[in-house]
Design a protein around this ligand. Sequence first.
Ligand SMILES: Nc1nc2c(c(=O)[nH]1)N[C@H]1C(S)=C(S)[C@@H](COP(=O)(O)O)O[C@H]1N2
Ligand SMILES: [Mo]
Length: 210
Amino acid sequence: MGHPVGSESEAGVRPELPPGQRLQRGWPVTHYGPVPKFRPERWDFRVFGATADGDKHSWNHEEFTALPYATVVGDLHCVTKFSMLGAEWGGVRASTILELAPPAPEATHVMVWAEYGFSSNLRLTDFASDRTIFATHKGGELLTAEHGFPLRLVVPHLYAWKGPKWVRGVEYMTADRRGFWEERGYHNVGDPWREQRYSYQEEPGQGPEL
Ligand SMILES: Nc1nc2c(c(=O)[nH]1)N[C@H]1C(S)=C(S)[C@@H](COP(=O)(O)O)O[C@H]1N2
Ligand SMILES: [Mo]
């Protein structure tokens, strides 16, 4: 639903790479800052901001692990131009979180929050895509710490910085706000198929003023 562009055609044909991207062998590690240590007893996943009932929702690690498990096949496109195609991600669909902790009707965007204050903003429609997933697994195996264990977001139809590793929660927003990389020169929407890499490419209406 929502966003029209994805990596798989309806016929299931192997996709082309988005413009300017090249195929990567293996799976490099890319992020800013240190890898956080996972402390299960302190970990929670929170949904807050413009929720339908006005309340905050939270799950501890055990509770989150018990949520319905789904798998999604999706690509990772780093804005530094490497892509990994067709990975199988396992975890909790963003749409499941939207059902369990619905946003208020006024909500238009989300901020996904991770350890150390890393964040990325998404349009609610991108977040609600049935291929947007809070992944715990890749290829049937638990994520490693470097790749985001215990939880990372994967938004296959957007550049990979839109998928925070070490996610801790989601804020529903009634207006758009820029996240970490979006404040630092990267495009507010980040559609790799339209090569929306940098904020200077933004057209009116694609992002809050810089
Ligand atoms: N918390 C956090 N998540 C992050 C980033 C980051 O700097 N911090 N970088 C993003 C970027 S730019 C990319 S390309 C992917 C890389 O994921 P990987 O290291 O698992 O390949 O993580 C994304 N998630
Ligand atoms: Mo990236």
